[in-house]
Design a protein around this ligand. Sequence first.
Ligand code: FMN
Length: 170
Amino acid sequence: MKPIDLGEIAILTSPNPVTLVCTELPDGDTNLAAISWWTFVSYEPALLGIAMLKTGYSGERLMATGRCLLTVPSVEIAGPAFRCGTVSGRDKKKAAGFGIELQAVEGSKIQAPLHSRLIVDCALQERIETGDHYFYICRPERAFADEGKVGLFAWNGYGYLAPAIRADKG
Ligand SMILES: Cc1cc2nc3c(=O)[nH]c(=O)nc-3n(C[C@H](O)[C@H](O)[C@H](O)COP(=O)(O)O)c2cc1C
């Protein structure tokens, strides 16, 4: 073992999970943000946590509406999904601007990328302050999956999005 910079931790945990957080814009359109810091935080009751920068727009929209869709983008939109992590929804309509086709989600006012492996419809339960991020604890209420789609992960820290391949499967 050798000492490493703390910044390298994310590289050594790669591939990391990634979700496109979908929130409702004031005009009813959908905002998309790439977020790697998301996880289950309780099984019973089921609770998911997402850490988002205090300055990000998705957190503001989540607070305003109390709802989000947590989606796992699939391989067809690897490039556009990554770009959703490089610009704020305050400045750009990301789905239209990056060519991400959206689909309606049963029971939700928010849309999700058509190319999604997983869609989880969530209600905000609580927001916790954590340094430069807020940690949003959400209750998953409904989930939809297309297991035929290949989901994306963040590689080289948060450097690019690509599928994960099981080394033990050859
Ligand atoms: C692969 C990847 C992972 C990211 N993970 C996070 C994250 O976990 N939390 C966060 O606050 N921002 C993360 N970002 C950065 C946000 O996506 C970025 O700040 C984005 O502009 C936020 O958009 P919004 O202002 O529309 O919410 C990530 C970006 C990329 C490319």
